[in-house]
Design a protein around this ligand. Structure first.
Ligand SMILES: CCCCCCCCCCCCCC(=O)SCCNC(=O)CCNC(=O)[C@H](O)C(C)(C)COP(=O)(O)OP(=O)(O)OC[C@H]1O[C@@H](n2cnc3c(N)ncnc32)[C@H](O)[C@@H]1OP(=O)(O)O
Ligand SMILES: Cc1cc2nc3c(=O)[nH]c(=O)nc-3n(C[C@H](O)[C@H](O)[C@H](O)COP(=O)(O)OP(=O)(O)OC[C@H]3O[C@@H](n4cnc5c(N)ncnc54)[C@H](O)[C@@H]3O)c2cc1C
Length: 664
């Protein structure tokens, strides 16, 4: 029934104030106001309609993305939206496109690696979108191994220019978003060669297309790399290829904040760490963590509302059937994902703080926290995107058959989201960076250099290696210090075991490659500890709103105890818990699920997502699922006629066994 809230009973059960939780989820009242206003603006503007995009051809989808992106930019300019509002507009527009790479990577790369002069020149054009840029690093042959890139930028002192060249097919740039059809410029990563010497990978601003007719400049071959996973989905983006044939750019288009090439061709490296050339990736990895909570929350919101609407079995004497959300199996799969969405939200907030802090320090030439910022952004990007991709797929299964329908919103969400496990660093490759950082930290224990930040717990190695968990009853698993100690001792013991095993190899690099799988496990344990500890810090801080803290506490312990359950092998093999304590954790989990159950729908309402943004018949706010599923089905072009195209050509001859031209 139209206008009726089918989930009203669920909402009435809530034991906390949803409006207060909305503020906690958004981060502040101001952030909530902005999100709420912009999401509703996008939802009501017909240009941002998106329900039809799965049926568009690639060309139609691409053009539709251009239309939306340019319209969004027009709105940003005409309504003088702030940066924050502009970002929200792009998020709620919910269609990957060139704007993401222009604002998300091209502009930050120039800001981070360009001199002040270069910033003035290029950012004034980029900020007005008089040029459109992308980030061209990955090549056909190398993505993860950035030092293995082959594109060259050779300095020619005669003309004061760099010659950009793609010496092999594998050196073609391949994947950059926005490159294929839209970008006029790119920050291109290439090996810098001066006087015959290779100085490694550096960034260069390169014009790719004419600003008059958009044709590629002579010496440049460029195009789209083709269809990607899923219908619609990430195919709105023009990921591209690019080859240079001795293409010349002026010397001052090398990004020279970190190192320079003089007029004479002399290479001058500054005294800042060379890894700052990777700075744009660190910044984007940080934003990807917050976006993980957003994507997971969307899937969880759909699965939770639908699980409350959907009924199967359990009716007695023809009475009402059981809501599937009441099955403990459904709760055991769904509530940890709900808890994870909140956990990633809070760790994302903390990571943003860490990133701002390291940026300020770098500006003051303090590089001490750079390795930790790299390890945290890499590890958390990896951990949260893997969990989110798996979580979206689990939500699809939680919705049974209807979850497989396009109009559930889940297939497209998965297809758009899953490359996050690969882009901005393959998730395994990134965990290996964390592992290197952990092995270095362990090797320095006892050297007098106390581990700090997220590895501070390693400074208590003596205690954590010997301690035995004090949990004696299920409620002890609601004690933050007992939970933290279990996670700390597991992470430390796994790292120390890896370090001990490494030390058995004469050649450390060889040992590292033999132990890769164990090292990744140790890195994941460390990252999970970070997320648990930041969630605990959140619930121990000041939280306003009726009943809000209680709900967050429940979610925090669900998050931690479900991880304990999932990785029980680690916890048991490191003696961080006993089998009896593990079973007390499972007992506590069941009790927490019962406490979350009446609040589940309200906890996803707190995400404040519009039906437009969710894009899901199953996740509708009003829960009016079945009539809307019919409406969606009837919109399918196959239902335009009752007798389909092809009937006379194929079905009728088959039924009548009348194939005049068939020959054996
Ligand atoms: C709507 C708004 C949102 C918009 C968002 C944008 C949309 C997004 C859309 C999606 C768009 C997708 C866009 C895209 O996909 S863009 C392309 C992304 N590509 C990648 O992420 C490539 C991944 N590979 C790498 O990053 C490097 O090659 C790695 C790291 C693997 C190795 O590296 P390397 O070969 O050099 O060797 P090493 O391991 O010997 O390390 C040597 C030392 O360097 C330190 N180190 C390494 N890295 C960093 C670092 N970063 N900061 C600080 N330090 C760092 C390291 O700890 C070590 O330190 P130490 O042990 O010596 O002390
Ligand atoms: C949708 C999408 C958008 C993208 N956008 C951009 C963009 O805008 N700009 C850009 O420059 N790039 C972009 N990329 C490229 C992306 O950054 C790379 O694909 C990514 O960094 C992974 O590199 P790769 O493809 O070389 O994977 P590979 O490194 O070839 O990975 C293949 C397998 O090898 C494993 N592996 C690799 N190295 C190791 C190792 N040392 N130890 C153990 N295992 C290893 C990996 O775990 C993986 O299982 C995009 C990619 C996608 C999918």
């Amino acid at each position: 029934m139209e206008g009726v809230d089918h989930l009203a009973d669920e909402r009435n059960k809530a034991e906390f104030n949803v409006d207060d939780m909305k503020i906690i989820w958004a981060g502040s009242r101001h952030a909530f106001d902005v999100s709420n206003r912009i999401s509703r603006f996008v939802a009501t503007d017909p240009v941002f309609e998106k329900s039809n995009r799965a049926l568009m051809t690639r060309k139609e989808l691409f053009k539709n993305t251009l239309k939306k992106s340019v319209y969004a930019w027009k709105i940003i300019k005409e309504l003088r939206l702030s940066d924050e509002e502009g970002i929200k507009l792009r998020i709620f527009m919910d269609q990957p496109g060139f704007l993401d790479l222009h604002w998300g990577m091209f502009v930050p790369a120039i800001k981070g690696q360009g001199t002040e002069e270069q910033q003035q020149k290029w950012l004034s054009l980029a900020n007005k979108m008089q040029i459109i840029g992308c980030y061209a690093q990955t090549e056909l042959g190398h993505g993860s191994n950035v030092q293995g890139l082959e594109t060259t930028a050779t300095f020619d002192p005669k003309t004061d220019q760099f010659i950009m060249h793609s010496p092999t097919q594998t050196s073609s740039k391949w994947w950059p978003g926005g490159l294929g059809k839209v970008s006029t410029h790119a920050v291109v990563y290439a090996r810098l060669i001066t006087n015959g010497k290779d100085h490694g990978v550096h960034g260069f601003i390169v014009q790719l297309r004419s600003l008059d007719d958009h044709s590629p400049l002579p010496g440049i071959t460029i195009g789209d790399i083709g269809m990607k996973f899923g219908n619609g989905a990430y195919n709105s983006m023009d990921n591209g290829f690019l080859m240079f044939n001795q293409f010349r750019i002026p010397r001052d288009q090398m990004l020279m904040r970190l190192s320079k090439v003089t007029r004479e061709g002399k290479y001058i490296a500054s005294d800042v760490p060379r890894q700052l050339v990777y700075g744009t990736m660190v910044s984007v990895r940080q934003t990807i963590v917050s976006k993980a909570s957003d994507a997971l929350a969307r899937a969880v919101c759909i699965a939770t509302r639908y699980s409350a609407v959907r009924r199967q079995f359990g009716s007695e004497n023809g009475g009402i059937e059981t809501q599937v959300i009441d099955y403990k199996t459904q709760q055991n799969r769904l509530f940890p994902l709900l808890a994870s969405a909140y956990a990633f939200r809070f760790v994302g907030e903390w990571l943003k703080w860490l990133y701002t802090d390291v940026t300020q320090r770098l500006e003051a030439s303090d590089f001490v926290t750079l390795p930790e910022a790299h390890a945290c952004t890499a590890g958390l990007k990896s951990m949260t995107t893997s969990a989110t991709s798996d979580g979206i797929e689990e939500c699809r299964k939680l919705c049974g058959g209807h979850g497989y329908l396009w109009c559930s919103g889940l297939p497209e969400l998965f297809a758009v989201y899953v490359p996050a496990c690969t882009y901005e660093g393959d998730n395994v490759v990134l965990q290996l960076q964390v592992a290197r950082f952990l092995m270095k930290t362990v090797s320095q224990l006892g050297s007098g250099k106390a581990p700090a930040g997220t590895t501070a717990y390693m400074g208590r190695a003596q205690h954590l290696l010997q301690c035995r968990s004090g949990v004696q009853k299920a409620e002890d698993w609601l004690n933050p210090s007992m939970v933290l100690e279990a996670f700390e001792s597991r992470a430390l013991r796994m790292a120390i075991t890896c370090a001990k095993n490494l030390s058995k190899f004469e050649n450390q690099e060889q040992g590292f490659s033999e132990l890769l799988a164990d090292l990744v496990e140790a890195a994941i344990a460390h990252c999970q500890l970070i997320v648990v500890s930041k969630f605990i810090a959140k619930i121990e801080g000041e939280i306003e709103g009726k009943g809000v803290k209680k709900q967050l506490k429940n979610l925090c312990y669900i998050y931690a105890l479900h991880l304990l359950h999932k990785h029980l092998g680690d916890f048991l093999s490191t003696n961080s818990v006993t089998p009896e304590q593990a079973s007390l954790a499972s007992h506590q989990l069941r009790s927490l699920y019962s406490q979350v159950r009446p609040n589940a729908v309200a906890l996803v309402d707190a995400f404040d997502y519009t039906d437009h943004y969710l894009g899901s018949v199953l996740g509708r706010y009003d829960g009016n699922v079945y009539p809307k599923l019919f409406e969606e089905a009837l919109k399918d072009p196959l239902n335009d006629s009752v007798v389909p195209d092809g009937y006379h050509e194929y079905i009728r001859p088959l039924i009548k066994q009348n194939f005049p031209s068939a020959k054996l």
